[in-house]
Design a protein around this ligand. Structure first.
Ligand code: ATP
Ligand code: MG
Length: 596
């Protein structure tokens, strides 16, 4: 058997190109130029000079893709992809250390991750949960998973389970699991207490009026306690008030420059079947009330939350002050966002409801269910999150840094297989029936597979189109062939010439087996033996938006043939389709593209 390292060489070329593009972009204000990159690639790998013609489209594509990123993203990605021992790549090998927590005592730190069970967890939740967990472990403390389930209209058992599954998959293990709804009676008691001590009041204004008064910074009449409002208060916490007829508001300062302090809502009446409590409860606290009280009562020492809550910190402390409850330390970190990807339940839900994506595990989404289905590893997500560090800075990391982190993990364990998209027939005139043994990995012993090949092969249409008569190419892991002829579809005796009429394309390539010796500048292509070909699809998720608009071509489907061996792999197996990319097996004849 000849050398089996072609596929790794091809990947090498791809990463050399991408690194050259990134370096060039970083040196030129974020805009790489194809010509510069071409000369850099040749300088780095002189033996590619002869192949450069076939590499130019690949280089152009990489330039176009990577020029879309911001300069900061390009720098970050360069650090993730560099394998050249530079400072950037060494830096990336280290996980950024989390800064120490203020006033943290060993063995005493309690953090919490408080998702609302109103959707599936996404990679932003992974960031929050992993940071919470890392701190709990760092200080030998505890992590609480608290389902923040105070809106019966939004919560579903399916979502509690999806969050549990997602965290389990990520390897985040909470020490305590609880629901805010477990404490509903206690929370209502604290609410009553707050009203009784003058820290909150019942307001019967309409939502529109409340909004207007807030905008103007003027209090309404409800703020001054009357005997009527005292009576109403009793009925409010009884649950005998109609939804929208009254709410409990914090007595803040209607003229505060921080609008979060302008008497925010603390309790409202919501009718609906709660997944844990059924219809037994109508009085529900808002996040603003439940979060500080629960954090305090749960013994949370450090409450970490994303930056958008920053304005609500004053309210969080004010509520605890008024209730004479212990105050945890609040800390903020930046939300994780990616360009053109909705890292937020609020943005994902409408996509699902409008049928623009097919559910929470649609491979275009950044949900954990989707990433898992696509072939991302939990360790890669953790490493990626920790590489971002605990900062407030708003730079969006490129999605490709997550891919780079994943690639390092799956590359050594994924078997290589051949897939040809848009197949064209290649007939090798002087080939004989033979069994070949193909290694499953170029560098590691991941076993092998046996394939019977005869004279008919499928090759990728793109390869076929660009081949010239007389060109010698390498059928990877097999032998060299020289292209002798191209038979057009219209040729009347085509079936006699090439023994087949089944290819979808215009032409059949006729070739001759011409040797074994591989030269560096020879094109090396993957193939599928016609008698071993399984019709196969690969779904390729693209970015969901082009700017502001939904990208209706965001899920591309490539059709072609794969080696029949692929049919024996179970769902979720991660493989590499040579010269195509990593994929995760979805069913008997479909895989989902992970990344290149
Ligand atoms: P969404 O924006 O998806 O609707 P949310 O903030 O309403 O999210 P929750 O379930 O309430 O979702 O969030 C639970 C925790 O996860 C919160 O502490 C929140 O700050 C954090 N979180 C949510 N989205 C992100 C994100 N994109 N990056 C980092 N942390 C996030
Ligand atoms: Mg929320």
């Amino acid at each position: 058997m000849s050398s089996s390292s072609y596929s790794s060489k091809d990947e090498d070329v791809d990463s050399i190109i991408r690194q050259a593009v990134l370096k060039n972009a970083v040196q030129h204000d974020g805009k790489a130029k194809s010509d510069n990159v071409i000369s850099k690639v040749i300088a780095q790998r002189p033996n590619l000079r002869n192949q450069i013609k076939s590499l130019v489209p690949q280089i152009r594509q990489a330039v176009e893709e990577l020029n879309h990123l911001t300069l900061a993203q390009q720098k970050e990605l360069l650090a993730h992809t560099s394998t050249d021992g530079t400072e950037a790549s060494k830096e990336n090998e280290k996980v950024r250390l989390l800064p120490s927590l203020p006033d943290a005592q060993m063995g005493r730190v309690v953090t919490r991750f408080p998702p609302e069970p109103n959707g599936y967890p996404h990679i932003g939740h992974a960031k929050a949960a992993i940071i919470d967990e890392e701190y709990a472990r760092l200080y030998n403390g505890k992590l609480i998973l608290r389902f923040d389930d105070t809106n019966p209209l939004n919560e579903k058992i399916e979502y509690y389970e999806a969050i549990n599954d997602g965290l389990h998959w990520l390897g985040v293990v909470p020490d305590i699991v609880k629901n805010t709804s477990d404490d509903i009676t206690l929370l209502c008691d604290y609410g009553k207490k707050l009203v009784e001590t003058g820290g909150a009041y019942i307001c019967s204004c309409s939502q529109t009026r409340i909004r207007e008064m807030r905008a103007k910074g003027i209090p309404c009449e409800c703020r001054s306690v009357s005997s009527e409002s005292k009576e109403k208060l009793r009925t409010f916490f009884d649950g005998s008030v109609e939804p929208n007829s009254a709410i409990i508001r914090f007595k803040g300062n209607m003229a505060d420059t921080n609008t979060a302090m302008r008497d925010p809502t603390l309790f409202r009446i919501i009718d609906g079947q709660h997944p844990k409590l059924g219809g037994s409860n109508r009085v529900w606290p808002t996040y603003d009330f439940a979060a500080p009280v629960e954090d305090s009562l749960d013994g949370v020492t450090h409450a970490l939350r994303t930056k958008e809550y920053e304005l609500r910190n004053a309210l969080y402390y004010a509520i605890l002050d008024k209730l004479l409850l212990r105050k945890p330390i609040l800390l903020e970190f930046s939300r994780l966002e990616f360009d053109c990807m909705p890292v937020s339940k609020r943005k994902i839900v409408p996509l699902i409801n409008n049928g623009l994506v097919q559910g929470w595990a649609d491979p275009r989404l950044p949900t954990l269910a989707a990433l898992r289905r696509r072939g991302f590893m939990p360790e890669a997500i953790r490493k990626f999150v920790l590489s971002l560090g605990f900062t407030l800075s708003e730079t969006k990391p490129p999605f490709e840094s997550l891919e780079a982190s994943n690639r390092k993990i799956i590359d050594p364990t994924s078997i290589r297989l051949f897939f040809v998209k848009n197949p064209t027939i290649l007939m090798v005139k002087n080939a004989h029936l033979q069994e070949v043994i193909l290694n499953n990995h170029p560098n590691f012993d991941l076993g092998h597979r046996r394939i019977e090949v005869s004279s008919l092969f499928y090759i990728d249409e793109n390869d076929a189109i660009s081949m010239e008569i007389g060109e010698e190419v390498r059928l990877m892991e097999l032998y060299n062939v020289t292209i002798r002829d191209a038979v057009p579809e219209t040729q009347p005796n085509r079936v006699e010439i090439c023994g087949t009429n089944s290819a979808r394309n215009e032409r059949v390539l006729i070739a001759e087996r011409t040797g074994e010796i591989i030269s560096h500048n020879m094109r090396k292509i993957q193939w599928v033996a016609k008698n071993d070909a399984l019709p196969y699809h690969v779904l390729v998720p693209r970015q969901l938006y082009n700017g502001e608009n939904f990208n209706s071509n965001s899920l591309e489907c490539f059709q072609g043939y794969a080696e029949s061996f692929i049919g024996s792999l179970s769902k979720g197996t991660i493989i590499q389709l040579v010269r195509f990319g990593f994929c995760s097996i979805n069913d008997d004849n479909t895989a989902i593209f992970t990344h290149r």
